[in-house]
Design a protein around this ligand. Structure first.
Ligand SMILES: CC(=O)SCCNC(=O)CCNC(=O)[C@H](O)C(C)(C)COP(=O)(O)OP(=O)(O)OC[C@H]1O[C@@H](n2cnc3c(N)ncnc32)[C@H](O)[C@@H]1OP(=O)(O)O
Ligand SMILES: CC(C)C(=O)C(=O)O
Length: 662
């Protein structure tokens, strides 16, 4: 990159090595927090907050638990001044809260500031002037002594006006642009100010070290802070405060290392709002402590509401990846992360650890008011079976058996991949439902009766296309008996290899879910049934599994070339095709054609046609707003009642119910 030569290091190391802070490995106690949202945050907004907005933001800060709040720069504007008068005169400042106001070290501005804070129960008057080499030379064109004198004169005036003004005042001084100031000189200025105020245990003063423009690595700042902390006069009566900005993206590190180096207090803002890249984000610093088991003494347990108020009042956006608060910060899309989170959650549910140890989640999202079901695992083409199954479990109470998980995972992921979009929990459930619960293109079993005879005898009513039959089977259990009846009816053989059931843990908890897996030619087919009656649920699951097997068998049968031609013709002319047309088209007699289709495909011409029409109707119901009557007609049924009946038989719901599904 060009032009780097024009830059040079502009910070100063302290005159003696100050690295004791390195020996500490964590922060064991929350600092005093001071929010500067209403001042530094507000002064950096494109459109600063109006009076009512400042009042609402002030309330938000109180709700979060701030006990010290810099409420503005009262000499800046009428709004700033009026806001201060409003919260003082309307007694809006709780007894345990101290407000703070900022002033330049200029006489008329200090005077206006004292007018504004008259009658405040307790206020910090925050005085600043710039001390850096660049500002001394370019902005003030003054010597070190003259700059120090500005600070000292300001301090003297604060002292005098505080004595003359009704109220209870604490003093704060900031050597503004501290990062570009020689550290021993900054110390000299701060000590000169402290010599004016002579802080005592009863009347402490605050020295605030800002990284006005952050210009060094955080360990440099920490060393500067440690030097100041060790050498300030009246140290035991001085509250050492930091005011990090974020120009190098290290505001949080400045605050954290600065606390290790001796700071007692931190000024910052919610979400790091503030000049340029912003002030330090207090939420991150506080929640970092929280994640180490230290009470931060601020409450972010409802982060969504805080984001909403913040965005509305500041007209800024909380970045999706903003720590602890962004929309995506607890979300895993990728398969291996999802798998580990789902397993970690199960580990926790099983009570294996009373501490939070879930992989990939630095804190429990619930601690900031986020939800497991919608925030943690979201599904797209990067996802895997762990995530898909977690969503079905969290949102719908469906606990898929281990052996079935992979198939479901790939099925859902594939839909997302092809559609190039994220899938909502509802659409994941719909895919699952369509493939495993309501899938019976070939037959349904609508009724079943059992008798205890040499084992269990099942008598089931089966609808196969337009035909209805009563079929019988004997088995050593009810499901086994129905399965044997089905095998006999279709002349097929398969192994009923898997059965599992559980009660639904979400929604209608009186329902049971049954999973059935059958194996034929080394291929496994799955079905799922949901019903208040567990036997009905298991038969429904078996029905889906056999439907799948039969359909695939039919597809194989379709490999016969002439049958492919015939089915293609049916697909192309599904609205009007009849057996007469086919007979003419393929030069075959109608009886031969009927027999041929049945033998090769296992289905009658009527079944094939009905299946094609039902699939077309389903697609239209999903994607168009045509009436059911029009759809019935356009797939070839003049009688809508007949169409409704066929649709219900095929998909277990009416076209209207299908369309209205969420
Ligand atoms: C790092 C920070 O965030 S500091 C806070 C910054 N915030 C703000 O500035 C917002 C509010 N500010 C304002 O509304 C206005 O600047 C006011 C009302 C305070 C002052 O307005 P004005 O006097 O019209 O103008 P302006 O701010 O440009 O004043 C600059 C003058 O003040 C001097 N000055 C600036 N800061 C200070 C200071 N802290 N102490 C003493 N003098 C200062 C400058 O050297 C300059 O002096 P000059 O007139 O001799 O050249
Ligand atoms: C007034 C001071 C503390 C300030 O805002 C800064 O230096 O960033």
């Amino acid at each position: 990159m060009k032009n780097y030569e024009k830059y040079e290091i502009s910070y100063f190391m302290p005159p003696v090595e100050s690295y004791d802070w390195v020996k500490k490995d964590h922060i064991d106690k929350a600092p005093a927090w001071c929010s500067v949202d209403l001042r530094d945050g507000n002064q950096a907004l494109i459109e600063p907050m109006g009076l009512d907005e400042k009042v609402e933001f002030f309330q938000l800060l109180l709700d979060v638990g701030f006990k010290e709040i810099e409420v503005g720069f009262p000499a800046a504007s009428e709004t700033e001044y009026q806001f201060l008068r409003t919260i003082i005169e309307q007694n809006m400042i709780p007894d345990d809260v101290t407000i703070q106001v900022l002033t330049q070290a200029r006489e008329h501005i200090i005077k206006k500031t004292f007018e504004a804070v008259k009658g405040a129960p307790h206020a910090v008057i925050h005085l600043y002037n710039s001390t850096s080499v660049a500002q001394r030379e370019q902005v003030f064109r003054k010597s070190k002594e003259e700059i120090k004198q500005i600070a000292v004169d300001g301090a003297i005036l604060l002292d005098r006006l505080a004595k003359e003004t009704d109220g209870n005042f604490t003093f704060q001084y900031s050597p503004e642009s501290f990062p570009g100031t020689e550290v021993d000189y900054a110390l000299d200025v701060c000590n000169a100010v402290l010599d004016v105020w002579k802080p005592t245990p009863e009347k402490k003063a605050i020295i605030n070290l800002p990284t006005t423009v952050e210009n060094a690595m955080p360990h440099v700042f920490a060393s500067q802070v440690e030097f100041m902390s060790k050498n300030l006069n009246y140290r035991e009566n001085v509250i050492l405060c930091l005011h990090p900005h974020n120009d190098r993206g290290c505001g949080v590190s400045d605050a954290e290392l600065g606390i290790l180096a001796g700071a007692d207090r931190i000024e910052g803002t919610l979400f790091g709002n503030g000049e340029r890249t912003g002030n330090v984000d207090i939420i991150t610093v506080a929640m970092n402590m929280f994640s180490h088991g230290v009470d931060p003494k601020l409450d972010f347990s409802n982060i969504n509401d805080i984001c909403e108020v913040y965005e509305r009042l500041t007209r800024m956006k909380v970045y999706e990846r903003s720590p602890y608060a962004g929309a995506l910060v607890f979300t895993a899309f990728s398969g291996s992360h999802q798998d580990a989170i789902a397993k970690g959650m199960t580990w926790r549910e099983e009570g294996k650890s009373d501490k939070w140890t879930v992989p990939y989640l630095p804190i429990d999202p619930k601690d900031v008011g986020r939800r497991y079901d919608s925030d943690v695992i979201r599904i797209n083409s990067q996802s895997g079976k762990g995530g898909v199954n977690y969503v079905l479990k969290q949102n719908f109470g469906i606990t898929i058996p281990e052996k079935m998980k992979e198939e479901v995972g790939y099925l859902v992921k594939d839909v997302s991949d092809k559609a190039h979009k994220e899938l909502s929990p509802d659409s994941i459930y719909r895919i699952f439902e369509d493939h495993y619960i309501t899938y019976h293109p070939i037959f349904t079993i609508d009724e079943c009766h059992f008798k205890q005879e040499d084992g269990i005898l099942a008598e089931a009513t089966i609808h196969n296309g337009e035909d209805e039959h009563v079929i019988n089977g004997v088995g050593n259990g009810r499901l086994d008996a129905v399965s044997n009846a089905v095998k006999h009816y279709f002349g097929v053989s398969y192994e009923l290899s898997f059965y599992e059931e559980h009660s639904l843990t979400r929604g209608s908890s009186s329902k049971a879910v049954a999973y059935v897996g059958i194996v034929c030619n080394k291929q496994r087919y799955w079905g799922v049934g949901v019903d208040a009656d567990i036997v009905k649920a298991s038969i429904a699951a078996l029905t889906v599994a056999v439907n799948k097997m039969e359909e695939i068998k039919n597809a194989d049968a379709c490999k016969d070339a002439r049958l492919i031609e015939i089915t293609n013709y049916i697909h192309a002319n599904y609205k009007t095709v009849t057996l007469d047309d086919l007979s003419e088209q393929f030069f075959l007699s109608k009886p031969y054609l009927s027999k041929y289709i049945k033998e090769k495909s296992g289905m009658t011409f009527g079944d094939i046609l009905k299946n094609v029409r039902m699939k077309k109707a389903r697609a239209m119901l999903k994607s168009s707003s045509m009436t059911v009557e029009n759809i019935a007609e356009s797939v070839g049924y003049q009688n809508v009642e007949h169409f409704n009946r066929l649709f219900k038989k095929t998909y277990n719901m009416t076209p209207v119910q299908f369309r209205n599904r969420k």
